[in-house]
Design a protein around this ligand. Structure first.
Ligand code: CO
Length: 190
């Protein structure tokens, strides 16, 4: 596994609509390993392939990682439990409701603001072996995180969905980001 550099906002790859994964081969497994290594090293709960410079429809998530690190009483060592998930070619097939909560993004260091998301989603995706799977998420970190990461695959970023634009602009400015560009036009995918 190799930790990769995180692509920061301003790089055009973050605004590109990514390509579907066709081959479920060794190079895909290597990409996913690198993504996990990079996400954990940066203490993120999710990462999309464009964030390490690969324009493909691949995302990784581990929403338990931040809360499941603790010091073992006997060994006095830090223990981590993992709940890693990989979603390939994910598509939101059902969505409803609305939630607003604070989000950050590894491509925007030190920027946090309220973002609007669906409250409940059903997602269709493929696993590392190409098998089709589905998941439901509602009103939790997983639900928001998957929406954030799927947006990355469409060239959309959390700056496209603030609940309070003034709050977002202030946060961006304080973190050293200037004005932000628009997302690419919508593309239909199967
Ligand atoms: Co992000």
């Amino acid at each position: 596994m190799t930790k990769q550099d995180i692509v920061k906002y301003g790089d055009p790859i973050l605004r590109k609509f990514t390509s579907r994964v066709i081959k479920f081969d060794k190079s895909l497994r290597k990409l996913v390993e690198d993504m996990f290594e990079t996400m954990y090293a940066n203490e993120g709960v999710g990462l999309a392939a464009p964030q390490i410079g690969v324009s493909k429809r691949v995302l990784v998530v581990d929403v338990d990682y931040p809360s499941k690190r603790y010091i073992d009483e006997q060994t006095k060592k830090e223990v981590t439990t993992y709940n890693s998930m990989v979603l390939i070619n994910p598509v939101i097939i059902q969505k409803e409701g609305q939630i607003i909560s604070k989000e950050g993004c590894l491509s925007f260091p030190n920027v946090y603001f309220d973002v609007i998301r669906f409250k409940k989603i059903a997602v269709k995706y493929q696993d590392l072996f190409g098998k089709e799977r589905r998941l439901l998420a509602e009103d939790d970190l997983l639900c928001r995180c998957i929406q954030h990461e799927i947006d990355h695959l469409d060239g959309k970023l959390f700056v496209d969905k603030p609940s309070d634009e003034a709050e977002m602009k202030k946060n961006l400015q304080e973190a050293g980001f200037g004005s932000v560009s628009s997302p690419p036009p919508a593309v239909l995918i199967g």
